[in-house]
Design a protein around this ligand. Structure first.
Ligand SMILES: *Cc1c(COP(=O)(O)O)cnc(C)c1O
Length: 397
């Protein structure tokens, strides 16, 4: 361990809150400044024709990497524990890049029925057009996924918990089945982040996430990343370069800044989220709360076995006697919960949702209208008071 947090070859292992402070920083390379600056650039000049033709310089072209993107990619590599990371301009492009790196025409792909909807859309449109067949599986399938494999099943896509419906997945059981069938596994880990769950430690080959959410943490960035194990990194890096993906330098810098506070922010999101979830459970208007860290949640045993924490995103189901109009009026009446897509910022959000049309392997029948909350960094008692006021105005219709 060199001075100022820089790495040397005798790297010590630190706990994750220390890791996010140290990872990807090299002040000595930047005149002692704590943070790697924003490098803006396309052209990288070579001192000689020989170096230009031989592409011998560390950097060759802005799209292929800069000291700023390297800082974030190396920090995320340390956090994920894989062989390397590629950065993409959005979480969705992390998903599409990871899938492109694994699949070819004639392949069969298994995707969890609870997947983030744009993942499903990509599989059903772009991948289908290229001759890849997608089949969806019940997220709670566990080891029974075994019977869904075909001779041409190339990959299994996991996401846990589902980011609307919050079913957990038995990652080790699914990974074991995939390995037996020679299929790769990839996981959308946006909800937990590698702070609370490290897919590679459970044998997952490609771990990806939307940095747009908790890494950025301030609702001002779009970014994604994919981490791959040794065996899968060369193909991932190759496809990433072929597709020409490079996030903007400002977004990379903001993601590095977000990384430094990621562990403390998540701890607060988790604590406040659990407090609000527990309170909602006690309310007569609420039928049930979908949050795997609650001990009566169907996914709780798996969450407890495999995850180190929970983020601030969960859903709840209202009693069936409330109309969509009444639910809309309830959400609109809240002062502290914005209405909007995305999550993982410092601010709280609330949206109504219905998975009915997003499912093919399972049936969505939660028993009443569903609402998803993102619990931000506001005081949790203020959030509860806001929800209490909103619920008290909710009228059966
Ligand atoms: C938001 C989200 C994405 C996509 O991220 P973008 O940056 O919006 O493209 C992917 N997966 C999950 C689970 C998400 O919530």
């Amino acid at each position: 361990m060199a001075k100022n947090g820089e790495r040397d070859s005798k790297r010590r292992n630190f706990r994750v809150a220390t890791e996010v402070v140290l990872a990807g920083r090299t002040p000595s390379a930047f005149e002692g400044f704590v943070n790697t600056p924003i490098f803006r650039g396309s052209t990288v000049l070579s001192p000689t024709i020989d170096q230009y033709l031989g592409k011998k310089g560390r950097y060759t072209y802005g799209r292929r990497g800069t000291p700023t993107t390297d800082a974030l990619a190396s920090a995320l590599t340390a956090l994920e524990g894989g062989a390397g990371v590629v950065l993409t301009p959005s979480g969705l492009s992390a998903i599409t890049t990871a899938l492109f790196s694994l699949l070819k025409a004639g392949d069969h792909l298994l995707v969890t029925d609870s997947a983030y909807f744009p993942t499903r859309h990509f599989c059903d449109t772009a991948l289908a057009k290229l001759g890849v067949e997608t089949a969806y599986y019940d997220p709670r399938v566990g080891g029974a996924i075994e019977k869904l494999f075909k001779p041409n099943t190339r990959a299994v896509f996991l996401e846990a918990p589902g980011s609307l419906s919050f079913e957990m997945q038995d990652v080790p059981a699914i990974v074991r089945a995939a390995k037996r069938h020679g299929a790769a596994t990839l996981m959308d880990n946006t909800w937990a982040t590698p702070i609370y769950f490290k897919p590679h430690e459970f044998g997952v080959d490609l771990s990806l996430a939307a940095g747009t959410k908790y890494l950025g943490g301030h609702a001002d960035v779009n970014l994604g990343w994919v981490s791959a194990s040794e065996k899968f990194f060369p193909a991932l890096k190759d496809v990433h370069g072929t597709l020409g993906l490079c996030p903007g330098p400002e977004d990379v810098f903001l993601s590095l800044r977000g990384l430094r506070t990621l562990a403390v922010r998540l701890d607060r999101h988790m604590a406040s989220g659990l407090k609000v979830a527990g309170w909602l459970k006690s309310r007569p208007e609420v039928l049930r709360v979908l949050h795997p860290a609650l001990d009566d949640d169907p996914g709780h045993a798996i969450w407890k076995r495999d995850f180190k924490g929970a983020s601030g995103l969960f859903s709840f189901v209202l009693q069936p006697d409330y109309s969509a109009k009444a639910v809309a009026a309830f959400i609109e009446a809240l002062d502290l919960f914005g209405i909007g897509a995305s999550w993982g910022g410092f601010e709280s959000l609330a949206i109504p949702f219905d998975c009915t049309k997003l499912r093919s392997a399972t049936k969505w029948a939660p028993g009443g209208p569903a609402v998803r909350l993102h619990i931000g960094l506001e005081d949790s008692d203020d959030l509860i008071a806001d929800l209490e006021r909103g619920l008290s105005q909710l009228a059966p219709s």
